[in-house]
Design a protein around this ligand. Sequence first.
Ligand code: J2J
Length: 527
Amino acid sequence: MPWPEDLATRYRNAGHWRGDVLSDLLREPAAGDPARTAVVTGDGRYSYGELDDRADRLAAGLADLGLEPGERVVVALPNDVDFVVVCVALFRLGAVPVLGLVAHRRAELSYLVRSSGAVALVAPDAHHGFDHRALAGEVAAESPTLRHVLIAGNAGGFTALADVTAPPRTLPPPEPDEVAFFLLSGGTTGKPKLIPRTHDDYSYQLRATAEAMRFGSGSTYLAALPAGHNAALGCPGVLGALRAGGTVVLAGSPSPDEVFPLIAAEKPGLTTVMPAVLSLWLDTAPLFDVDTSGLVIEVGGAMLPPETAERVRTELGATLTHWFGMAEGFLSFTRLDDPVERADTSQGTPMSPDDEIRIVDDEDLAVPDGETGQLLVRGPCVLRGYYDVPSHNAEVFTADGFLRTGDLVRRAPDGAITVTGRVKHTINRGGEKISGDELETELAAHPAVRSVAVVPVPDPAFGEKTCAVVVPDGDPPTLAGLRAFLADRGVAGFKHPDRLRVVTSLPYTAVGKVDRRALAADATPEG
Ligand code: J2J
């Protein structure tokens, strides 16, 4: 779904889209200063020269395996150097990464393969004690389009990523307006959809966010969130740091045990977190006694309590910027020079001067500044359609191409946006988005469930957790039973409900839809 020509011309003329392609990542620093450190992990340090060469060899090796430009490859790797090499190699080949998470299980990975028509899957052998190689086998067994399973580490019967290598060769570069990769949506209705991001649009996001965060070749970015998520990938994140010629420190998890020693050793100047992780860092920081005063912390993804923002300054001595972001491409954030109150209470202003926003009521009429309405967005990074779902697109885009975000916001007279809630059926569990429709469909398959609604419940640590409200069919199910059932169906653990409420009937609205608002209002942290 390309942008219409008039808007594309506008974005090019404004200098947003400059014809950059992501296959060029690593190239310049590798040519100018090959020994410079590009990536640091718990296990090692990798130079620009080395990674550039590895990406070239992997791209050639993948071409030899028969992978063609335009073909999709599901990548579900942890934060490790392979993630970077695989992404850049696929960009160079013109193949299209579909970025999953290492937390995804059979249900999610098979869905990503199916919905993208992927021909290959890249996974680790094991991670945090879980056997991802066996998982890859299960996905392959139910995915007829998959021709290759590539395993980072001990491949068993599959192809080892390390063996996919061939002498570097010149490959035709991708076109700037082509899809560079797919991100997974947090969802509005139905199952999460695939978000196409083009070379032009993502390069702009990487450049503009790096400039706003004053991230340059001497800077270090700490990736504590999964690199496959837009927040850690491209704001400026892992790819933006590499584009700028800086250093990326990849933490295997956002756990304080892992992150604080990395901050002490590598002194990153920038990182990204969700509020739940930030609270954990604040609570544990005294145990580590690490100097965090040089750190800029981008926080977003879920509601940030103003007290937490305040603690970032007083307890960490760090600088906070507050973000509203979505993988769909719209970003709004407070700038480094903004007054501190702005960062505590709003998510600042849109990234691009050509981002257009509308804040509307139920009839799609604009609401005045200061009043709450649904946020509609259009702009040089905002997708024009999810992949291959025309009827869904007809619902969630206006006729003139604005995306209905499903988020409720208000705008102050100075233009700053503040998120106040949402109308979409998602649960925001510590920043991880769970599609309510998807989870209800999975739960409804349980034999003891007659009908079910899932709603958020407030949680002090996560912001929100998930409550399943169930009308039983016979003996009611138990929470443990429902969780085990979902695990068996291959649904990722973060989507399993935290609470269960058994009721005799669900409330309905006047038009006959389940009244989730009433259910959510009844929900308490206890259940
Ligand atoms: C409340 N809800 C928020 C905020 C996003 C940077 C930061 C975050 C994301 C992200 C991202 C919020 N307060 N400050 O991609 O680049 C909720 C909204 C939004 C959804 C998008 C980035 N910031 N949200 O969280 O694609 O509901 O992106 O629509 O995962 O997160 O989720 P996602």
